[in-house]
Ligand binder design. Structure first.
Ligand code: URA
Length: 188
C-alpha cells in the first residue's frame, strides 16, 4: 500500500544514512539519498551529488537541478510528483567522475530504492546510471534510441542536464525524450 511504501523507504534510508563504505563518507558534508514521492510512477537517476547537493543534502538543487525542474514543469510534472536520486550518494571531491569501486559499493542502495518505489519508468540522466543498472558500455547516443528495461521496469536514457547546459544544441533531443515520457507515462 501507499503508506507502507513510504514507511519502508524511510526506514531503509535511515538504515544507510551513516554509510562509511568508501572514502567519500569522510569527505562528504551531507549524504544525498533522494527526494520525491515514494509511490512515484517515474524515477530520475543522476550521477552523483555536486557542491550544492552536498551542502543541502538534496539531489539536483544546483544549476543542473534548476534545468531539470524546468524540464519537469514543461511536461506538467514537479519534483514532488516524481522521485529523484543518484547512483552515488556522496559527492566526489572536485566533482570528479565516480570511481568504479565507489559505484560498486553504492549501487545496492540505488537498486533497493528502486525495488521499494517500484516505478513504471526509470529515466537515466546521462549514461552512468544506465551503465550501473544495465551493465552496458554503449554510448548515450545509442542507448537513447532503445526500448530498455531494468528488472521489468521500462528504462529510458536521456541527456544529463549538465550536458544540456554545456551544449544547448542537445536540448531538442532531451525535449523529444520528455515528450515521450509525457505521452506514455503520465496519466496513463
Ligand atoms: N548532478 C547529478 O548527477 N546529480 C545531482 O544531484 C546534481 C548534479
Amino acid at each position: 500500500s501507499k503508506n507502507s511504501n513510504e514507511f519502508k523507504l524511510n526506514a531503509y534510508l535511515d538504515s544507510i544514512k551513516d554509510c562509511m563504505e568508501c572514502s567519500l563518507g569522510k569527505s562528504r558534508n551531507k549524504i544525498v539519498l533522494g527526494m520525491g514521492d515514494p509511490n512515484a510512477d517515474i524515477v530520475f537517476v543522476g550521477e552523483a551529488p555536486g557542491k550544492e547537493e552536498d551542502i543541502q543534502g538534496l539531489p539536483f538543487v544546483g544549476r543542473s537541478g534548476k534545468l531539470l525542474d524546468k524540464m519537469l514543469e514543461a511536461i506538467d510534472l514537479s519534483r514532488k510528483k516524481v522521485y529523484i536520486l543518484n547512483v552515488l550518494k556522496c559527492r566526489p571531491p572536485e566533482n570528479r567522475d565516480p570511481l568504479p569501486s565507489e559505484i560498486e559499493k553504492c549501487e545496492k542502495y540505488l537498486k533497493k530504492q528502486l525495488e521499494i518505489i517500484n516505478p513504471k519508468l526509470v529515466v537515466s540522466l546521462g549514461r552512468i546510471s544506465a551503465m550501473t543498472l544495465l551493465k552496458t558500455k554503449e554510448s548515450l547516443k545509442d542507448l537513447r534510441e532503445q526500448k530498455l528495461s531494468y528488472e521489468g521496469i521500462d528504462f529510458l536514457v536521456t541527456y544529463h542536464p549538465a550536458a544540456l547546459l554545456r551544449n544547448p544544441n542537445l536540448k531538442k533531443y532531451a525535449w523529444e525524450d520528455f515528450k515521450l515520457i509525457r505521452d506514455n507515462y503520465i496519466n496513463g
